[in-house]
Design a binder for this molecule. Structure first.
Ligand code: KIV
Ligand code: ZN
Length: 390
């Protein structure tokens, strides 16, 4: 069965870089953009060109070097923003302008002191103006998550008529439940005239830890683009994590939906972004965290040593991690100790293992983790004669 492809729109260099303390210089942005292109992302949101001369220059240089992906620049629904973005995107093989405006009651009233009709007019003017520079124009309805569906459908319809090729439905505040966000996509699919002319896009923030679930719900209900970042970095609690949505779709082939991502580069890309941004990846982060393929309890270790699939739904090699790891702690059992001892050169008989295990527990109660050098020491202090097999 041929699969539907969901476009991966990476916004690590725009929404991701908004994280306090994660500012990148131009060279770092270029290195990350090249890597994102190799990773297979379909669209790279390179920055917000009007926001600063540095961001303008970075978008311009990224537009020059990216070979495969579409390069996108963010704007507000403001003429000058659109002109500056168009200029910055000039060297791109495939340029996209991403323009939009807030559509929720809260944004219309408090941000714009405006009304619904005027917002639609501004949306249409922005898309039409962007269209005079590039063919590919994405429209975002900021705070779509809290915008009532009927009005959202009117805005989307007007944006499509003005020429929008992609409709971004951001859950800007990370408020929606997956069912609600999925239903929003379904509503737009069923109620927006001309919807077949545009791609619906999910852009979910993680304030309630639901960004990934919401993006997947959006895709199940008809969206064909996901906006996400490496390691899920972004404003406040972050954006949808790229590695999570990619692997969810790959691990659930019956959905019939996949991406163009080379998943074997995920771990390395995660490390690269973490390193350049100086932002550590939490150890329990799905897919790319240090503990994502580490097993430390005796029951799990015994299972994984017998057959990896007892406690792992993914092959670590598929995301670029060398191997699953068996971590030795005071919760580990004999199977794990025998396995790790063998890896460092000792084949233990059952009797020897019983003795060494008692010694191991004394060490393990004193320290958080037992490393390879400790294993040699433990075996020596067990006072038994063991031939090293190495
Ligand atoms: O979260 C959001 O609404 C955004 C838009 C500017 C696309 O980042
Ligand atoms: Zn955002």
């Amino acid at each position: 069965m041929s699969k539907d492809i969901v476009q991966i729109f990476d916004t690590t260099l725009r929404d991701g870089e908004q994280v306090p303390g994660c500012k990148l210089d131009k060279e770092e942005k270029l290195i990350i953009a090249e890597r994102l292109d190799d990773l297979g992302v379909d669209i790279i949101e390179a920055g917000f060109p009007i926001s600063s001369p540095g961001d303008y220059k970075a978008v311009f240089e990224i537009a020059k070097i990216v070979k495969n992906a579409t390069v996108c620049g963010l704007t507000r629904a403001v003429k000058k923003d659109i002109e500056v973005a168009a200029e910055a995107l000039k060297p791109a093989k495939r340029p996209r302008i991403h323009t939009g405006i807030g559509t929720s009651d809260s944004h219309i009233l408090h941000k714009f002191n405006s009304n619904k009709e005027a917002i639609i007019e501004r949306a249409v003017n922005a898309v039409s103006y962007a269209k005079t520079f590039v063919e590919d124009v994405e429209f975002y309805a900021e705070d779509a998550g809290r915008t009532d569906n009927e009005f959202l459908a009117r805005v989307c319809e007007a944006a499509i008529k003005a020429g929008a090729t992609v409709l971004n439905i951001p859950d800007t505040t990370g408020y929606c439940l997956p069912e609600e966000y999925g239903a929003k996509m379904k509503y737009l699919k069923e109620n927006v005239t001309g919807i077949h002319k545009a791609t619906l896009s999910c852009h979910c923030h993680n304030d309630l830890g639901l960004a990934t679930a919401n993006s997947i719900a959006g895709v199940i209900n008809g969206a064909r683009q996901i906006e996400c970042t490496i390691n899920g970095i972004g404003e406040r609690a972050g954006n949808t994590s790229l590695e999570e949505v990619v692997m969810i779709l790959r691990q659930h082939p019956y959905l019939g939906i996949d991406t163009n991502i080379n998943s074997k580069l995920l771990y390395d890309t995660s490390q690269m972004v973490s390193d350049k941004m100086g932002m550590l990846v939490q150890p329990n982060k799905a897919i790319v965290g240090a503990n994502a393929f580490a097993h430390s309890s005796g029951i799990h270790q015994d299972g994984v040593i017998k057959n990896r699939e007892t406690y792992e739904i993914m092959d670590p090699a598929d995301v670029g991690v060398n191997a699953s790891s068996i971590v030795l702690t005071a919760r580990s059992g004999r199977a794990a100790l025998a396995y790790r001892a063998k890896n460092v050169g000792y084949e233990l008989t059952k009797t020897q293992l019983d003795i060494v295990y008692q010694e191991f527990l004394k060490y393990a109660d004193r320290q958080k983790e037992i490393v390879d050098s400790d294993i040699h020491e433990i075996i020596e202090s067990s006072n038994i004669k063991i031939e090293s097999i190495s």
